[in-house]
Design a protein around this ligand. Structure first.
Ligand SMILES: Nc1ncnc2c1ncn2[C@@H]1O[C@H](COP(=O)(O)OP(=O)(O)OP(=O)(O)O)[C@@H](O)[C@H]1O
Length: 155
């Protein structure tokens, strides 16, 4: 399975990080570096050797078949989408039964935090409108790209 993963990773436009780079970046998956938890698994903040900026590292917690499919689908899709209003996938790591995705780190946190964390200064209506327009542009871009790819694979 490992050699098949490598083949898949090298055939797509996404940087293939070694597990040792990820272990260095997350201080061996140190809980203190966890910045969030999603359906996919824990998300760590870290610095990968050779990369000057901080990254978000998502580690798949489940070994389920569905999780694996989701992992490859995310790589195939996001490695082809590049847009200012979409978080960029920098690379991935599929080694030693680990499935890890590496993204640009969003320093300002999530929109959810800004909307519901009452310690933060509330967003102004102008900021909210700007965010809505940005999100709509990101969705439109993604929708058009997916439609284009679907029609391309059908022909
Ligand atoms: N690129 C990122 N930069 C900074 N923090 C992030 C980044 N990606 C995820 N996080 C943090 O990790 C949390 C979980 O993110 P994740 O994308 O795994 O899950 P989700 O979007 O909440 O749900 P799901 O996994 O179901 O899509 C986020 O709420 C956020 O706090």
């Amino acid at each position: 399975m490992e050699s098949m993963d490598r083949q898949k990773v090298s055939s797509i436009r996404c940087k293939n990080f070694s597990l040792s780079d990820i272990v260095i970046a997350t201080n061996n998956f140190d809980n203190a570096l966890i910045v969030g938890r999603g359906g996919f698994g824990n998300v760590y903040k870290g610095r990968i050797p050779g990369i000057q900026y901080e990254v978000a590292i998502k580690r798949l917690h489940s070994k389920s078949h569905q999780g694996e499919n989701e992992f490859w689908a995310e790589i195939e899709m996001l490695s082809q989408l590049h847009y200012i209003n979409l978080v960029s996938l920098i690379g991935c790591c599929a080694e030693d039964h680990e499935m890890i995705l590496v993204y640009d780190y969003m320093v300002n946190g999530t929109l959810r935090d800004h909307l519901y964390n009452h310690d933060d200064i509330p967003l102004s209506w102008k900021q909210r409108l700007k965010i809505c327009i940005g999100a709509a542009r990101g969705l439109e871009y993604t929708f058009i790209q997916v439609q284009f790819r679907e029609s391309f694979t059908e022909t």
